[in-house]
Design a protein around this ligand. Structure first.
Ligand code: CP
Length: 323
């Protein structure tokens, strides 16, 4: 595997899920695979889970790990070609990428959407520059439009906790004071559509996800209706994807004070099928979800985060096998 961005990059999902369980039984089974190989993890944005779980995954495989926080100690990087570099950015990504690549065997990238230029973000411009100029396998640690390591961990978690063969899974928008990217909901939708689940999305009008990820998924604008009989509730905020009006891209369409009835609470969970609550974390309590729902025995947020180590180990293993 030379690039990990979309669900198709992993090939057969059932096989990948079986591999995840194999690794969960013995995390160090493939510790020889990464001997004398180095993973470079490049962060343009903050992280807790991705930073720790991906490092742990690399260590499980016997790899060396280098972490670069671009905004904390490195030269500020220009990412767009053609600009006159007379500002605070001292180095261009087009030099930095091959230099970074010379020190490692595989590169993970975290580079969030800027949320101002839809075309730039949805072309995965930064990620694709790494693919083009590094000559090394690249994997996404949340890029402008996707977060596949999270979605894979989410799917592993659903498989582990489902009590019916084809569970009902609901992705629900929830309020947030800031404008957030669509990477998590995009990937969640893409992966759920590839999995054997009954998938429904609910959000206020205007937040329709890009069809590239949502496909033909049923959108139910009435959140209570969407929750009825659900086995899993996956909450997340996202800003306007700008599908019908690119000028609205990255915008918050409603004052969050007016949207607090979308906060996931016992009121909505009561109509589910004893539904399990999921969120990728970090989460703003009593904005996205109430304290009692996230603290309930039906909350999966901690096992879900723990599965990030497993999803990253499978992905790095596949990459190492292709070197
Ligand atoms: N879910 C997730 O990616 O968490 P971090 O942003 O802390 O890495």
């Amino acid at each position: 595997m030379k690039s990990f961005l979309n669900v198709q990059d992993l090939g057969d999902l059932k096989q990948a899920l079986a591999e995840a369980q194999e690794i969960k039984q013995d995390r160090f089974k493939y510790v020889e695979l990464g001997r004398n190989k180095t993973a470079l993890l490049v962060f343009f944005n903050n992280s807790l889970r991705t930073r720790l779980s991906t490092q742990k995954a690399a260590l499980n495989l016997g790899m060396n790990v280098i972490v670069l926080d671009v905004n904390a100690g490195a030269w500020k990087l220009e990412t767009e070609r053609g600009v006159i570099m007379d500002g605070d950015k001292s180095e261009h990504l087009l030099e930095a990428i091959p230099v970074m690549a010379s020190y490692c065997d595989v590169i993970g990238i975290r580079s969030f959407a800027g949320l101002t230029d839809r075309e730039y973000d949805y072309a995965e411009t930064v990620y694709n520059q790494f693919v083009k100029y590094s000559g090394k396998p690249i994997f996404a640690m949340e890029t402008a439009t996707v977060h596949p390591l999270q979605a894979f961990a989410d799917l592993i978690t659903i498989e582990e906790h489902k009590s019916t063969k084809r569970p009902k899974v609901v992705l629900t928008w929830a309020p947030h004071p800031k404008s957030l990217p669509q990477a998590v909901p995009n990937s969640f939708a893409e992966w759920m559509n590839a999995a054997d689940v009954d998938f429904v999305i609910t959000h206020p009008k205007g937040y329709e996800l890009d069809p590239k990820f949502a496909g033909n998924t049923k959108v139910e604008y009435d959140q209570m209706k969407a929750f009825e009989g659900a086995d899993f509730i996956y909450a997340k905020n996202w800003s306007c994807p700008g599908v019908t009006d690119p000028n609205q891209y990255g915008k918050i369409l409603h004052d969050y004070h007016d949207m607090l009835d979308w906060t996931v609470s016992q009121r909505q969970m009561a109509v589910t099928n004893n539904g399990k609550f999921m969120h990728c974390l970090p989460v703003r309590r009593n904005m996205i979800v109430t304290d009692d729902v996230i603290e309930a025995p039906t909350s999966l947020v901690i096992p879900e985060a723990a599965n990030r180590e497993i999803s990253a180990t499978v992905v790095l293993k596949r990459i190492l096998e292709s070197l």
